[in-house]
Design a protein around this ligand. Structure first.
Ligand SMILES: Cc1ncc(C[n+]2csc(CCOP(=O)(O)OP(=O)(O)O)c2C)c(N)n1
Ligand code: SF4
Ligand SMILES: [Mg+2]
Length: 300
């Protein structure tokens, strides 16, 4: 059941925050997909969005600001059978972490990136994030922002992500389905989630998004090129949401490695003994017995 994916940790987001919509949609998506907690890892950076792993009962790593994607890359490459999901803020992924965001697309590594896009730095009290449009004055700013915004979907499409979608934190059914689609895709998947920050963003509120959102209809995400997807995803008077682009032909990074190193898919690095100068210094059995206590999920 969806609630089985919750934890006992106190959720300290502000009442009404869009992050509640995101975490509850994750529970529903994981439940419907029957996600195996022991084979799933949620990786986050720092921000209000970065707290996600504490509230989802699968493996989790709360890393450094901007560095969720490098951690996720290491985890996935060490053990390709794991399902790896990144939860990051717009500042985390497109400010300090922008280079890593681009690199993941170029590699087409099988990781789902969910971006909590509230257009502000929520945790540090509302500064302008890279997705805040120029000339916008949210309540924590003294004067309107003088920087242009990055369009996350356009960047994902030009970086090489093979699954590119947008959803809305307050539309749980749409978001749950978008998360499921992203999890099922094999390759780098990007899901931009429009998320109200009720405390610091008084411009891009739930009402603002509800008035403008337009769900994609009659659109085949597989029968187009990235430029067409970019045109269709552009935010104008209306904000289109849905799956804009999917490419199942481009090889994943795991496949590219296996082509050069056939043993990679037979025995992943995480399944190998640790050796030094040809001698085993830590075998798998000893290694796993040391961590056994951490691998048992609490009875609910
Ligand atoms: C290296 C580093 N630089 C800056 C910070 C301070 N910091 C913490 S969270 C954050 C921004 C959070 O904004 P965002 O990523 O959009 O997440 P949100 O809180 O909005 O979910 C910043 C600048 C930090 N923790 N580490
Ligand atoms: S500051 Fe904004 S993003 Fe952070 S918990 Fe509060 S409402 Fe949510
Ligand atoms: Mg943010």
């Amino acid at each position: 059941m969806a609630r089985d994916y919750g934890t006992e940790n106190w959720i300290d987001w502000c009442p009404g925050c869009g992050n509640f919509g995101i975490v509850s949609s994750v529970y529903r998506a994981f439940s419907e997909l029957e996600v195996e907690p022991e084979n799933t890892v949620v990786v986050s950076g720092i921000g209000c969005s970065g707290k996600m792993p504490h509230f989802i009962d699968v493996n989790g790593v709360h890393t450094l600001h901007g560095r969720a994607i490098p951690f996720a890359t290491g985890i996935k490459m060490a053990d390709p059978k794991l399902k790896v999901v990144v939860n990051g803020g717009d500042g985390d992924l497109l400010g300090i972490g922008a280079g890593h965001f681009v690199a993941l697309g170029r590699r087409n590594l099988d990781v789902l990136v969910m971006m909590h896009d509230n257009r502000v730095y929520g945790l540090t009290k509302g500064q302008a994030s890279p997705t805040l449009p120029r000339d916008t004055k949210t309540k924590a700013l003294n004067t309107p922002s003088i920087q242009d915004a990055v369009e996350p979907l356009a960047l994902a499409l030009t970086s090489g992500y093979t699954h590119v979608a947008r959803s809305f934190a307050m539309d749980s059914d749409h978001l749950k389905e978008s998360i499921k689609d992203g999890m099922e895709h094999e390759g780098a998947a990007f899901l931009n989630i429009l998320q109200p920050c009720v405390t610091y963003n008084d411009i891009h509120t739930s009402e603002y998004f509800n008035e403008r959102i337009d769900k994609l209809e009659d659109w085949d995400p597989e029968d187009i090129d990235p430029t067409e997807a970019m045109d269709r995803s552009r935010i104008d008077e209306e904000i289109p949401i849905g799956l804009f682009y999917r490419d199942t032909e481009t090889p994943t990074f795991e496949e590219r490695i296996a082509e050069q190193l056939p043993s990679y898919q037979e025995k992943a690095p995480a399944e190998q003994d640790i050796e030094k100068n040809g001698k085993t210094i830590l075998d798998q059995e000893t290694f796993r017995s040391k961590f056994k206590g951490n691998l048992i999920r609490k009875e609910k």
